[in-house]
Design a protein. Sequence first.
Length: 321
Amino acid sequence: MARLPIMIDTDPGIDDAMMLTLAFAHEEFFDMRLVTTCSGNISQDKTNYNARTFLSYIGAQVEVARGLEQPMFRELEMAEEIHGESGFGNVEFPPPTLPVSERPAVTAMLETLLASEEKMTIVATGPLTNVAALLLAHPEVKPKIECISWMGGAAVGGNMSPSAEFNAYVDPHAVEIVFRSGVPVVMSGLDVTHKAFVTLEETKSILAIGTEFAEKAYGLVTHYLDVIKRTPFHEENYDQVLHFHDVCAVMYLLKPELFEGQDCFVEASLEGITAGATVVDFTNRTGEKPNVHVLHSVDREAFVAEFVKAVKVISDRVESR
């Protein structure tokens, strides 16, 4: 079977690192052409450094290009209180050996798409700024894109505002540009990512792998527990599960049978209290043609099993170097 050619746009970030773990554990399935970084969880300087640091540590050989510094029409809001000042909580990695690409992200994305003989899939796990800039500046590449698998948005409720998920809230204009582009989009929003959780007990199976990488992965995911305990809305037992939001965008491509979703018309709200809300027309009240495949359910146990296997694959790879 031919491998799936993909590029990843990401803002590492703890769950971004877990997403990269899954993607690079399956080199037999994914043909990784490019990684680009966006501003989001932390600044562009830190997301690019973290991407190169993590990918260097796991032995990945891939171009890592630096993306745009700011959202399209808003000031950047970050999530350092969740991911830590460095973006990786208290977990440290050796300095990166992978260099910063000489090509800016949008240029690298454009040239990679144009050079590909096959259509490519874009995985995006941060604000959609880079992807939207590509589609605005170079609409001629749209036929070269198979789909955009995005972790972001929410049909019901948000985590950054009452109605908006973080990635959508940071750059809602970029979301609307992508949704209106005509390129197929798969949305792994909070509706499905809140069901893609790992229990505290299940995280121990990661630690039990017994390698340095497994210990670091465990440290990354359990960093969330300390964060949650410090929040004013903390409730007893709330911290017994960890949501692997960004992993869903890759897991769907790898194991689509684990998910259920629906084709819907989705529009992003741009201003006011609902800025960043992704309004999903499940019942076709608008009469608009569906533009997004909205995921809403996942086989959680199978999801966890696949992720733990990926940690084992990367652990073995790191240990053998």
